[in-house]
Design a protein around this ligand. Structure first.
Ligand SMILES: Cc1ncc(COP(=O)(O)O)c(C=O)c1O
Length: 411
């Protein structure tokens, strides 16, 4: 239909977004489930571990208080901002001013997406890791900016990948998005890399945005560094910390932007126009989670580590050897040689159909992901064991399985 403003059904910004390849695997999963199959879903990184009981109880209590039914503060109530600053002091030895250096966001994802609106506009550029958690690419693009990619599988130093991407990207990038431990590749870095990034940003006058969604999911003694631990970071850097993974509070949508006061103020100004803040009982319960369940991230971490071991050991026994990740809730697995002729989407569909295991095709995370699939550790060890048995059958059957060669048939 033609209107004065253009065609209904023709949209701005979203029309250039590619179809989500993850949806293809999801559709097959649902079809199989409708047909009665028990599909183990290791695709979407949707945490299955319950949230801390103290937070659940506090939420139930706070919701009965009518004073909490009103609009709240869009940058977060003061005690919530104090709680995140206390956590940063305790956990990372970083001092932050709750008035100027911390703001609550509706999860790290919303925080990052809207942050790009105040940092970028058409004619600007940002550098993002590649492959990438999709919003890292699309948030700058939705803000109208160009995106340069720093390959995570380039074989060299991760920092060099960013420096090279910076040098070759036109126009000169204003923003560098970092995110370590990294989803999907599980790449980790140490404080030295953060320091080099901060030094580089200060020298070149660029902003560093560190998405720290897996802050508490390091294994075997590895402690992921906060970028704010680097000297001089508060001049150029902000960090997104989230309760989603650390406290297993995905659906509550509580995250924070902390660090450089000017950038925090810029996001606060934008958000004051966009939202009235998270429902206050949720903010109150989030305070309780951080203050009264400070060891919960440790429990969550132990659960994911045990699942990581179950998956990596089981797959290795089946002939698919994957280096166990040092962090995150994922296993990033190179597609076995025998299946090299399949794309990551084809291989993921094959696993869903034949092993009854849903995984995320690496190509969904952009360039550099094509030769991989990602397992999310969101089922327990017993279910992971069942997944491994299904995958073993597929590996044994090999690509000679006639169903593989008919892969271009229906999904
Ligand atoms: C790198 C990264 N950032 C952000 C998120 C989303 O976090 P939140 O639930 O806090 O929006 C995820 C979730 O998978 C993630 O992997």
């Amino acid at each position: 239909m033609q209107t004065a403003g253009g065609r209904v059904g023709e949209f701005r910004r979203i029309d250039s977004l590619p179809p989500y390849v993850f949806a293809t695997v999801d559709r097959l999963k649902q079809e199989l489930r409708r047909a009665g199959e028990d599909v183990i879903d290791l695709g979407f990184g949707n945490p299955d571990i319950p949230s801390p009981e103290v937070a659940v109880e506090k939420l139930a209590e706070a919701v009965h208080n009518p004073r909490n039914h009103r609009y709240s503060a869009s940058r977060g109530i003061p005690r919530l901002r104090h709680a995140i600053c206390d956590l940063y002091r305790r956990r990372f030895g970083v001092e932050l001013d709750p008035e100027t250096q911390a703001i609550t966001t509706i999860g790290a994802k919303e925080g990052l997406a809207h942050l790009m609106w105040v940092l970028l506009e058409p004619g600007d550029a940002a550098i993002v890791p590649s492959p990438s958690y999709p919003i890292h690419i699309y948030a700058p693009m939705l803000a109208g900016a160009t995106v340069g990619r720093a390959p995570m599988h380039g074989g060299g130093d991760v920092f060099d990948a960013f420096v090279e991407a910076f040098a070759r990207t036109e126009p000169r990038p204003r923003v560098l998005i970092l995110s370590f431990p990294h989803n999907p590749t599980t790449a980790t870095v140490d404080l030295d890399l953060m320091q080099r990034a901060v030094d580089f940003a200060r020298e070149h006058g660029i902003v560093l945005v560190h998405d720290f969604a897996y802050a508490d999911l390091g294994f075997d003694g590895y402690e992921p560094p906060s970028i704010l631990q680097a000297e001089g970071a508060e001049e150029v850097a902000v960090e997104l910390y989230s309760l989603t993974k650390s406290f297993s509070m995905a659906g509550w949508r509580v995250g924070f932007l902390v660090g450089n006061a000017d950038i925090v103020a810029a996001l606060a100004k934008l958000k004051s126009y966009l939202d009235y803040g998270t429902f206050q009982p949720i903010q109150i319960a989030a305070i309780v989670a951080m203050n009264e369940a400070p060891d919960y991230p440790e429990e969550v971490r132990a659960r994911y580590r045990s699942r990581r071991d179950a998956l990596c050991t089981g797959l290795a026994r089946s002939g698919w050897v994957i280096e166990p990740p040092r962090a995150t809730m994922f296993v990033w697995a190179p597609i076995p040689e025998a299946f090299a002729e399949l794309s990551s989407l084809e291989f993921a569909l094959h696993l869903a159909r034949e092993a009854k295991v849903a995984v995320s095709p690496g190509e969904g995370f952009g360039p550099g992901g094509e030769r991989f699939v990602r397992f999310a550790l969101v089922e327990n060890e017993q279910r992971i064991g069942q997944a491994v048995r299904g995958i073993r059958r597929v590996l044994r059957a090999g690509p000679a399985d006639p169903r593989v060669s008919s892969r271009r048939g229906t999904v």
